[in-house]
Design a protein around this ligand. Structure first.
Ligand code: GUN
Length: 283
């Protein structure tokens, strides 16, 4: 079997184009465009690339991008003061503080300071709790993008067996919550799980978010499974995912490539969340 390649790049371009068509209606009603503020602390090269893409795609969708680049030695107090300023700014609908932050910064305190109404990353505990209890809120962008790709490929996920590999607050935990909400039967496995292949053998859906290059092997998969690879690992061979792509593609029914799979969906979902935030904040 050779898996169908799930084209996240094309899906994300379509989603961004749809969002761009909705911005003028917001502007006509609110008298301003939706605004996204992105905060980058320090010079991590990968983060700088992400932040540049976020700004560019925000502007291309017709929204305002406010970029705040702070030096690596920015104090906790100065970063919190900037978040306070953005919380109070009516032209800012969404606030994103790029992670990871430098070691001397208390990340949790910063994320807690972002107003839940502007938390387009969905990292604030209020939004995490809303997702866990089935209330409306902001859903983290990467798992939201994965869910969109899965529902586009499979239709209803009801009753399907899903295994999420990784328990991070950014991907694994919200992914498990979203799949549970979609009525899949969800198993969350992680680095301490014993006998991982045992869990994967029955999985109709596999979402890999462990951050280990080529970790998931083709022979672990159920034939025909849909495999979503969230990994973006920089290696000597360039960018590779958490899934051994060649091995998995010969067993799976469908699989996302790296790059060009989940990655482009994250920013498209960020724009979606920003437009939703704008409507909620203006209404
Ligand atoms: N770093 C890697 N992914 C993300 C993300 O989705 N949001 C933020 N804020 N930082 C990240």
């Amino acid at each position: 079997m050779t898996a169908e390649i799930i084209d996240g790049k094309a899906f994300a371009a379509g989603l961004r184009a749809r969002i761009a068509t909705l911005v003028p209606a917001f502007e006509a009603a609110a008298g301003r465009v939706p605004g996204l503020a992105v905060v980058l602390v320090g010079e991590d090269p990968a983060s700088a690339v992400y932040v540049r893409s976020k700004g560019k795609q925000t502007r291309e969708a017709g929204m305002a991008s406010f970029e705040h680049k702070l030096p690596a030695d920015t104090t906790q107090a100065d970063l919190l003061a900037l978040v306070d300023q953005l919380n109070a700014d009516a032209s800012v609908d969404g606030i994103l503080v790029q992670l990871p932050l430098p070691k001397h910064i208390d990340e949790q305190e910063v994320l807690l300071r972002i107003s839940p109404e502007k938390d387009v990353d969905g990292f604030h505990p209020v939004n995490a709790g809303r997702l866990a209890t089935g209330l409306e809120g902001f859903v983290p962008c990467t798992p939201l993008g994965c869910l969109m790709l899965l529902e586009d490929k499979l239709g209803s996920l009801s009753g399907l067996d899903a295994v999420v590999i990784g328990r991070s607050n950014i991907v694994g935990k919200p992914m498990a919550a979203l799949l549970t909400k979609a009525s899949a039967t969800v198993t969350l496995v992680h680095s301490r799980t014993r006998n991982l292949p045992h869990y994967l053998r029955h999985a109709d859906i596999v979402v890999a978010a462990v951050g280990i290059p080529h970790f998931v092997k083709g022979e672990w998969l159920k034939p025909g499974a849909t495999v979503i690879d969230v990994g973006i690992n920089r290696t000597e061979d360039g960018l590779v995912g958490d899934v051994d792509f060649d091995g998995a593609a010969s067993v799976a029914g469908a699989i996302t490539p790296v790059p060009g799979g989940v990655g482009p969906m994250t920013i498209a979902c960020l724009l979606r969340n920003t437009l939703v935030a704008a409507h909620r904040n203006a209404g």
